[in-house]
Design a protein around this ligand. Structure first.
Ligand SMILES: [Zn+2]
Ligand SMILES: [Zn+2]
Length: 103
């Protein structure tokens, strides 16, 4: 079974990394963004690219997509994100509030 993505669909927009892709949706609130289909799709791709393993310890636990940089917050390149298990993610966020986690 193949999944067809229509032209201009959100999935096409996110997969297409060319310069011609449609502009991303603007989000006012980071919390809204983290609830968005756009972020959830992006986070899933990051985890899939990592083979659904933590990129630090290689474990197959629950994974989070972690921001290596917020330079392109809301418009992240896939290279800006890494898949981390919750243990490793905690180490990256040990000074930040848990509610800010990307997941
Ligand atoms: Zn880990
Ligand atoms: Zn994180």
């Amino acid at each position: 079974m193949s999944i067809e993505f229509g032209a201009g669909s959100i999935a096409t927009c996110l997969i297409d990394t060319s310069e011609n892709r449609p502009p991303p949706i603007e989000y006012d609130d980071y919390g809204d963004y983290l609830q968005s289909l756009e972020w959830k799709w992006k986070a899933w791709v990051v985890k899939a690219k990592a083979g659904f393993r933590c990129q630090v310890c290689n474990s197959r636990g629950i994974l989070n997509a972690h921001h290596r940089t917020y330079d392109r917050k809301y418009h992240e390149d896939y290279d800006d994100l890494i898949a981390l298990c919750s243990d490793c993610h905690e180490k990256f966020h040990n000074v930040r509030r848990k509610e800010d986690w990307e997941l």
